[in-house]
Design a protein around this ligand. Structure first.
Ligand code: 5RP
Length: 230
């Protein structure tokens, strides 16, 4: 990542961390932009802010804990005040999202669904007119019988690739599942696609987040622009 991209992520992460109020239960997203938010939240906690983080991945939980952010669980906090997370694509107008290129989409969606508000942090390169324009839709599936789910996803019109790890083996999520990256091209009906994907047996969740984000903070060279869901 070049210095300019890193700086944009740091700025938007810091702006999002400012939205956390004393006493909140906060969903902690996953990815490089969410990491920047966690770092800024850590600074606020070290200065006296009280909050409880519910992480969407092992990685984010470890990062937050190392910064002194108290980590809670769904057992004690089944409702979350505010979740702040990154995205791979943000649809202009709707704020529907593609998420999961970082591999945490199932936990991210569970955290988002338990949240009163979800704020997305991104740089302007993530804005699209239609989801699927630039990225595949990651789909988290059972490792047992994944080939059958892949066949059915293909019949929905996707080019399907099982996600690989750096060693070339099949990628395994924090929950022990697999990810199928499904290239659909531009998606006209994101809600319909989300429902059709979820109806396939063996699919746990898709990376289509429809109607979840309430606000997007988008960083560009001119500063941070706020977009509210329309
Ligand atoms: C992880 C995600 C991330 O939020 C998404 O991949 C964006 O990551 P980054 O901020 O590093 O671009 O969905 O599963």
């Amino acid at each position: 990542m070049d210095d300019r991209a890193s700086e944009l992520k740091r700025r938007v992460g810091a702006a999002a961390a400012e939205l956390v109020e004393d006493g909140m239960v906060v969903g902690l997203g996953t990815g490089s932009t969410a990491d920047c938010m966690i770092d800024s939240l850590g600074v606020r906690v070290q200065a006296g802010l009280r909050c409880i983080g519910i992480p969407s991945s092992v990685r984010s939980g470890e990062r937050a804990r190392a910064l002194g952010i108290e980590i809670g669980s769904f057992a004690s906090h089944p409702e979350i005040d505010l979740t702040i997370d990154g995205a791979d694509e943000v649809e202009r107008g709707t704020l529907n999202l593609v998420k999961g290129l970082g591999g945490a989409l199932l936990r991210e969606k569970i955290v988002a669904a338990a949240s009163r508000r979800m704020v997305v942090v991104a740089d302007q390169g993530k804005l699209v007119d239609r989801l699927g324009e630039h990225t595949p839709v990651p789909v988290e599936v059972s490792s047992f019988g994944w080939e059958a789910a892949a066949l059915r996803l293909g019949r929905l019109g996707a080019r399907v690739s099982p996600r690989r790890d750096r060693q070339g083996g099949l990628f395994v999520t924090d929950g022990g599942n697999m990810i199928l990256d499904c290239a659909f091209g531009p998606i006209e009906d994101a809600a319909g696609a989300e429902a059709a994907i979820r109806a396939i047996v063996g699919v746990f969740e898709s990376g289509l987040f429809v109607g979840r984000a309430t606000l997007a903070l988008v960083a560009g060279p001119g500063g941070i622009v706020r977009y509210e869901a329309g």
